[in-house]
Write a protein that binds this ligand. Structure first.
Ligand code: TMP
Length: 401
């Protein structure tokens, strides 16, 4: 009966959806060029792979989904025109009008037994999860709704979902997941790795305050977070920190300084960061590898390639999922440093005392690294109020929560 309903509705609607699809194809061809369709392998009924078609809404190539989504693409998604090619898949019996959304084949090994129930029926163009929030739901919640649909499916429920879908098409609240163009990848519910977020920037940029604010926000979301700082974060590393920062009678030469930072990093990665991430906790670190590139590479003038290689050795290739670069004009940074010294009655440490040119070089270095890796390193204007900077930071963090 469901199959009859699928074919009848797809054919009845054909005079409406086919012209809309053709216009959509023409718009994609004119604004984005070829290919017009985005084709991917998705898991169908029984987990069997099939070719899934959509109108293309993103630019081809590397980069975050959000950055690749075009203005036309956004518009096509808004009215769900990008999904129309799937009506052919309905006619071909690969999909149904109503059912759990077909997802990438690589997810098949990541579902729990309960979540895998979604493959007992044909995948759908719309479904119970879609009419209950679309991308605005977490993967876990969507799969719960899919499983509920599979267990409670009936013709009446399908008709209800179709009616609700039409209502939803005129309510665009759920298309994006908190500002993210699409969903982040489903990595499996069990033993999901935590995220590694680092804060970088020159002296006086306000990292410490912002790290505390971020930790509070993550805690509100129920995310367990380990805070750490570099150099430091373990008993041994806090000792190394003193060796590096204090004005001892003997100052380290540049190579010695580099090796001390890297020694501390190796210890921190193995003792603190990796175990925390593996247990699903987030790690937020005040400075990490980018500081070494900026201070010892750009600042002290050591060979960048060598610094990069040695750093990679020290942290076993670990890279942050997200880096927030808090940037301040030099004058503002200097004024803040002076203010801090006056308030806390402390004096600048050995590195902070390095001259103006050193600080200008390291700021330029940070900005160059951000330009080279805009996907990972987000530039944050740190000259606003604490609240403004916090809001800007959250915009970058929210999509990976
Ligand atoms: P801070 O965390 O209190 O700012 O102190 C760390 C100091 O060490 C700061 O001046 C930046 C510097 N630093 C480096 O020169 N290289 C590094 O790899 C790291 C982590 C920090």
């Amino acid at each position: 009966m469901k199959r009859v309903l699928d074919i009848a509705l797809a054919l009845l609607g054909l005079p409406v959806w086919l012209p809309v699809l053709l216009v959509g194809m023409a718009i994609v061809a004119l604004t984005m060029g070829r290919p017009v369709f985005y084709v991917s392998e998705r898991a169908g009924k029984g987990g069997k792979a099939f070719r899934f078609w959509k109108l293309r809404t993103m630019r081809e190539g590397e980069g975050a989904d959000e950055a690749r989504l075009t203005a036309t693409g956004k518009w096509l998604r808004k009215f769900s025109i990008d999904e129309l090619p799937q009506l052919f898949l309905v006619l071909a019996g690969r999909m149904s009008l109503v059912g759990p959304r077909p997802l990438p084949v690589k997810y098949l090994t990541r579902y729990s037994a309960e979540q895998a129930i979604r493959h007992q029926v044909l995948p759908g163009i719309t479904g119970w999860a879609q009419v209950n929030g679309r991308n605005a739901l977490s993967w876990e919640r969507k799969f719960e709704l899919d499983a509920w649909y599979v267990r409670n499916r009936s013709l009446k429920l399908d008709l209800k979902i179709l009616a609700m879908t039409i209502g939803k098409m005129f309510d665009f609240s759920g298309i994006n997941h908190e500002g993210c163009a699409t969903m982040t990848e489903f990595e499996g519910t069990e033993k999901k790795r935590g995220k590694f977020v680092t804060f970088e920037g020159g002296e006086g940029c306000g990292k410490s305050t912002q790290i505390k604010r971020l930790a509070a926000r993550l805690a509100e979301k129920g995310i367990e977070t380990v805070l750490t700082r570099e150099p430091g974060g373990t008993v041994l590393n806090e000792r190394i920190r003193t060796l590096i920062k204090d004005q001892l009678e003997e100052a380290p030469v540049d190579k010695c300084e580099l090796l001390l930072f890297l020694a501390a990093r190796a210890q921190l990665v193995e003792k603190v960061i990796r175990p925390a991430l593996a247990s699903g906790k987030w790690v937020v670190s005040d400075r990490f590898s980018d500081s070494t590139m900026a201070y010892q590479g750009y600042g002290r003038g050591m060979d960048l390639g060598t610094v990069e290689l040695m750093n990679s050795f020290a942290c076993g290739g670990l890279e942050p999922d997200l880096t927030l670069l808090l940037d301040l004009p030099e004058e503002t940074a200097r004024a803040r440093m002076r203010q801090r010294e006056a308030q806390t009655a402390t004096s600048a440490d050995r590195i902070e005392q390095a001259g103006r040119e050193f600080h200008a070089r390291l700021r330029a270095g940070f900005l160059a690294m951000q330009k080279a890796e805009p996907g990972r390193i987000k530039l944050v204007d740190a000259s606003g109020t604490v609240d403004e900077v916090e809001t800007e930071i959250w915009k970058s963090v929210a999509p990976i929560v």
